[in-house]
Structures are given as structure tokens and as C-alpha cells.
Design a protein around this ligand. Structure first.
Ligand SMILES: Cc1cc2nc3c(=O)[nH]c(=O)nc-3n(C[C@H](O)[C@H](O)[C@H](O)COP(=O)(O)OP(=O)(O)OC[C@H]3O[C@@H](n4cnc5c(N)ncnc54)[C@H](O)[C@@H]3O)c2cc1C
Ligand code: FES
Length: 265
């Protein structure tokens, strides 16, 4: 898992709009990768900002085909440029970055086949949970709760192959009106271990809801180098970091996935 971080050459195999402002891009790379759900790559635009990587989570990776799938929201200049990339476009990404979810540990803490894991995804935090749902569903029961703004959902049906899926939307047009936790209360959903990826208010609410249960959160911070050198991405931790000797951790290296009781959010 400790593969060297380097630029990896890739070719765009497919790029499509899957919801308003949301795109799915498949990159082919000849290099066999070792990827954990929750890890990410640094993708570079060709335009003005080409030195700054854009951290994008790996939605899926299939070693058999060499296809790495990214699902992203058009946010600013970089992601706008990616959305215009066509099949055949050559690029390179920095990878594989971050720690990812400890799948074996999560399944074991959940109690294996007789236990259950509850996944919470909000907005653009949803894509990395797809690979997590796939891997966990081979070891334990998986229930997923996805939060969107409107009924224009994405990846929803892909999650359904791994277990029950519930949705919450801000405007109530699909599933429960409100947050992912409103959906949990409305449907009486439970789980032995919780995993979440999404906006900070959602992560904070899930951490509170976990109440003593094991809980893993994937944090999002602005990044510059992606490899632990610039300290642009530090978050506050409850313990002292072995690298910096302060109550900090670098989200790009020690994260983005943390045990909820290890971080202050
Ligand atoms: C670990 C991690 C995983 C992520 N995974 C995804 C994903 O799977 N799908 C997705 O749509 N988005 C994801 N993001 C957010 C994504 O990185 C930003 O939306 C993207 O960098 C915006 O770039 P831009 O040039 O379009 O926007 P701009 O706002 O023009 O970006 C300007 C600069 O700020 C940085 N920046 C802006 N917003 C963010 C942000 N939210 N997080 C980190 N850096 C930011 C950019 O990288 C760039 O260097 C992830 C962020 C992190 C930290
Ligand atoms: S982005 Fe530079 S240390 Fe994390």
C-alpha cells in the first residue's frame, strides 16, 4: 500500500455528464495501481493553474481493465477544464494519495457477516463511497444513506447493488426532505460502524450521532502539494502527530480518512 507518489500517465477513455454540474471520467493507465477506497489522485489542468493539483477521490478502480473512475463537480477553472476533456486526451495524475478507509478493520469492528456498516455520503463526498460499499459488502452488511440537493441524483442505482440505499434531498424531491440524519430517523436505519464523506456540517452531525460507535470520517481541506510537504491541508487532532509533534495531521497524507474521535471538526 505504501507505493511511491509519482506522476502516472493516463488517457481519458470516457467522459460524461451524469447530473447537473457532475461529471464521470474514466482514465486508462497501464501501470497497475494499488488503491484503497477513499484514496485520491491529484489531477492537473493544462491551463493557467497547471501547477496546482486538484484532489479528486477515486470512485472506482478495476485492475483488470486499468480503468480509474473519477466523479467530480465543476467547481472552478480546473474542474471546468476537466469537463471538456474528450476521449483520447493524454494526461498525468499524481497518485495514489492519502490513506483511504481501512476496510478490514471496519468490517471486523462491525462484526463481520453478522454486523453492519452504515455509509453516509453527501454531495461530492458520495463517489469514494462506491468502492467502499463494494469492498465492504463482501464482508458485512452495508446500508447507504445519500444526501443530494435535488432529485437530480447520481450514482444512486450503482450503490443499490451493494445493499439498501436511502436518500435525503434538501428540497424533498427525492427520499426524505432534509439531511442524511433525517433519513436515518425517518426510516429507523441503524449500523454497528459508521463511515462518512461529505461537507463538514454533515461530518460533524454524523460524528455526534455515532455516540461511542466506531466512526470514520473523510475530511476535505484545500490542498497544494498533496504529498505532505506544504502543510496547507492540516486539520486539528486530539492526539499528537508523529510527524509535526503538535495536534495536527496532514489531510493529504495521514488522511483524508480519520477515526472520528481523532479529529476535531
Ligand atoms: C481529498 C479530497 C478529495 C476530493 N474529492 C473530490 C471528488 O471526488 N469530486 C469532486 O468533485 N471534488 C472533490 N474534491 C474537491 C476538489 O478538489 C475541488 O472541487 C477542486 O480542487 C476545485 O478545483 P477548481 O480549479 O475547479 O476550483 P477553484 O475554486 O478554482 O480552485 C482553486 C484552487 O483551490 C483548490 N480547491 C478549491 N476547492 C477545493 C476543495 N473543496 N478541496 C480542496 N482543494 C480545493 C483547488 O485544488 C485549486 O488549487 C476533493 C477534495 C479533497 C481535499
Ligand atoms: S497539501 Fe501540502 S501538506 Fe497536504
Amino acid at each position: 500500500m505504501n507505493q511511491k507518489k509519482k506522476k502516472i500517465r493516463a488517457i481519458v477513455r470516457k467522459s460524461e455528464r451524469i447530473a447537473e454540474n457532475i461529471f464521470s471520467m474514466e482514465l486508462f493507465t497501464e501501470e497497475p495501481l494499488s488503491v484503497r477506497p477513499g484514496q485520491f489522485v491529484g489531477l492537473y489542468p493544462d491551463g493557467e493553474d497547471k501547477l496546482l493539483l486538484r484532489p479528486i477521490s477515486i470512485c472506482e478502480y478495476r485492475k483488470e481493465t486499468g480503468i480509474l473512475r473519477l466523479v467530480y463537480r465543476v467547481q472552478g477553472g480546473g474542474t471546468k477544464e476537466f469537463s471538456g476533456w474528450k476521449e483520447g486526451k493524454e494526461t498525468a495524475f499524481l497518485g495514489i494519495l492519502g490513506n483511504g478507509y481501512p476496510v478490514e478493520e471496519i468490517a471486523e469492528k462491525a462484526g463481520g457477516e453478522t454486523g453492519s456498516v452504515l455509509l453516509f455520503g453527501g454531495g461530492i463526498g458520495i463517489p469514494p463511497l462506491l468502492a467502499l460499499a463494494r469492498e465492504l459488502s463482501a464482508k458485512t452488511k452495508v446500508t447507504t444513506v445519500l444526501g443530494y440537493k435535488t432529485e437530480e441524483t447520481f450514482l444512486l442505482h450503482e450503490f443499490e447493488q451493494y445493499g439498501p440505499v436511502f436518500t435525503a434531498t434538501e428540497d424533498g424531491s427525492c427520499g426524505t426532505k432534509g439531511t442524511v440524519l433525517d433519513a436515518v430517523r425517518e426510516n429507523g436505519i441503524s449500523g454497528d460502524v459508521l463511515c462518512a464523506c461529505g461537507p463538514t456540517p454533515m461530518l460533524r452531525a454524523v460524528k455526534h450521532f455515532a455516540e461511542g460507535r466506531d466512526c470514520y470520517l473523510s475530511l476535505e481541506e484545500r490542498m497544494a502539494c498533496g504529498i505532505g510537504a506544504c502543510l496547507a491541508c492540516v486539520c486539528k487532532t486530539t492526539d499528537i502527530d508523529a510527524h509535526s509533534h503538535v495536534h495536527n495531521a496532514r489531510v493529504c497524507v495521514e488522511g483524508p480518512v480519520f477515526a472520528a474521535d481523532r479529529v476535531e471538526i
